[in-house]
Each structure stands twice: as structure tokens, then as C-alpha cells.
Design a protein around this ligand. Structure first.
Ligand code: ZN
Length: 160
């Protein structure tokens, strides 16, 4: 499967009809298979690896620390999806993200991946929809979108 960048953005949009965004189903539609791995150290968030055996139709697999909270796992999955979409030519033997989403990629690429992860999990149009019905507390929005309160707080506090 070889989707173009606009096709990938369309797939993301199709998954953004209601909160919370289903990250594993989204990954699947992008050709990425997601594995939750037990017994990883806490300071390892996730990785993306090219794997004929464990990858989806794109040939890539995402591995997520099963010991982390579901909100964190969802963010990690979205972050690795972003690496696949934005940085595929740099994946090589794999990209491993530590507890702070640092890897051998540059900081600016990690910032890009975090930004796209936030765009995936907390799309503006759905946020605005909920806020227009009077849901304005960060904790309530975080619960609805299944993200951490710090991620939601950052999102509602930033203009784009
Ligand atoms: Zn990363």
C-alpha cells in the first residue's frame, strides 16, 4: 500500500468524526499494525519499525509500551503515525522514542511529530464542537478526547 500524503490526511480526517479518535483503527487504515508490548521499561514510549512479519500493509509496525496509561499509549500511537507520515525516509532500521519522545531524529522532527499527534487526537473542529455546547473545562475535554490533561491544556491554550 502506497498512499500519498493528501490521501493520508484524508484518512485521518475520516477518523475525526467523533471523540475519542480511534488510534489503532486509524493506524490500520494507514497500513500500520499496532502492537502493545508488555514489560518495557517506563522510559520507553514506542517505536516504529519496518517489518514484513509484524507490519501492516505498508510494511511498518508500531510498538507501544503496554505498561503506560491508555491516554499515553494513544498519544504514542499518534506520534508514531506522525513519524510514518512525515519522516518515513528516516525510519531506516527503526525509530525508538524514549519517555520524553526523544529519538535519534532531530528535536525539530520530534516537535513536528508531537504537533501532528495533537492534531490527530484533538482536531480543532471537534474541540470547537464540544466547546460550543458549553464543555470548556480542560479535565472534561481531556476525558472526552481520551488524552492527558496536560496535552489538552496545551492544545486549548495554543492558537494552532
Ligand atoms: Zn518521536
Amino acid at each position: 500500500m502506497n498512499q500519498t500524503y493528501p490521501e493520508q490526511l484524508n484518512i485521518i480526517r475520516r477518523h475525526q468524526v467523533a471523540a475519542p479518535i480511534q488510534t489503532v483503527a486509524l493506524a490500520d487504515d494507514l497500513g500500520l499494525r499496532v502492537w502493545h508490548v508488555p514489560n518495557w521499561p517506563d522510559d520507553l514510549s514506542g517505536k516504529i519499525v519496518k517489518s514484513a512479519e509484524q507490519g501492516g500493509s505498508s510494511g511498518y509496525a508500531i510498538y507501544v509500551n503496554k505498561g503506560h496509561h491508555v491516554n499515553r499509549r494513544r498519544f504514542t500511537t499518534a506520534h508514531e503515525i506522525a513519524h510514518y507520515i512525515l519522516h518515513r525516509q528516516f525510519i531506516g532500521d527503526g525509530i525508538v522514542d524514549d519517555g520524553l519522545y526523544r529519538s535519534r531524529l532531530s528535536n525539530s522532527m520530534e516537535v513536528e511529530a508531537n504537533k501532528m499527534a495533537a492534531d490527530i487526537l484533538m482536531p480543532r473542529h471537534l474541540l470547537n464542537q464540544h466547546m460550543s455546547t458549553g464543555v470548556n473545562s480542560v479535565s472534561e475535554l481531556a476525558r472526552i478526547f481520551q488524552v492527558s490533561e496536560s496535552a489538552m491544556s496545551f492544545r486549548v491554550g495554543s492558537p494552532n
